[in-house]
Design a protein around this ligand. Structure first.
Ligand SMILES: [Zn+2]
Length: 239
């Protein structure tokens, strides 16, 4: 599988997932159809599926245009209103691209019906706006307890699982992380790394489950209360 980021809006990433043997291409969270279609066309790829992690417009706003342009199938969370949805996904649902079979887990918190799409071969997961590199999504619909549990599920995946999230927020998250855990050498090292990447205009994703266990303060919060305090503090933090 080849996975390619397509930048959209100010800081979103739409992901193209291409399986060469079958010629299939899935597009994850197309908030805007045009840039994803342009990138697929540039590569000679035909989009056959849309996969949505949650309903927010910057993740699903391009679904209908994508479907009209390509005739693709739209799969998204059963518990949310997803434009153009053909296949409703919930805990334990399967997704397929070529010979690769992925599974769905429900990870409420950012939204109530938010899902993650997980593949074991290769080890990858699309996590939407639940886990960000060194951060996590805001609690728009769910509770701190739900989000805490969802994050723990994601980082309990094998350490080398590549996690693909929906936004380039890593630098701001790293600055908050060093503020929250000033003595953490792994966080300090990653902040330097991320600063260099962003200065060069490079993407900081994907991350891995192992890297998040070491450097994501929201993941490292062992108690719900601690997680809730960090999330509230981050909401008003200015780096
Ligand atoms: Zn969102």
């Amino acid at each position: 599988m080849e996975i390619v980021p397509v930048p959209a809006f100010t800081d979103n990433y739409i992901w193209l997932v291409h399986d060469a043997p079958s010629g299939e291409t899935a597009v994850v969270d197309p908030g805007d159809a045009a840039p994803a279609l342009a990138e697929a066309q540039r590569r000679g790829w035909t989009i056959t599926q849309v996969w949505n992690t949650h309903h927010h417009w910057d993740h699903s706003g391009g679904n209908v245009a994508m479907k009209e342009a390509t005739g693709c199938t739209v799969s998204g969370p059963a518990a949310e209103t997803i434009p153009g949805r053909d296949v409703a996904l919930s805990e334990g649902s399967q997704l397929r691209i070529g010979d690769h079979v992925g599974r769905v887990i429900e990870i409420p918190g950012h939204t109530l019906g938010h899902i993650a799409l997980i593949f074991d071969d290769p080890r990858i997961a699309f996590v939407g706006d639940t886990l960000f590199a060194m951060g996590c999504g805001r609690l728009f619909e769910g509770t701190a307890e739900q989000m805490h549990h969802s994050l723990q599920r994601l980082v309990s995946l094998p350490g080398d699982t590549a996690l693909y999230c929906g936004h380039e927020y890593t630098l701001a998250n790293a600055r908050f992380a060093i503020h929250a855990e000033p003595g953490n050498a792994a966080i300090a090292a990653r902040l330097n790394e991320v600063e260099a990447l962003r200065e060069a205009g490079a993407i900081t994703l994907p991350t891995t489950a192992a890297q998040e266990r070491e450097t994501n303060v929201f993941v490292r919060a062992t108690k719900v209360e601690e997680f809730a305090r960090l999330r509230a503090e981050k909401d008003s933090f200015r780096s």
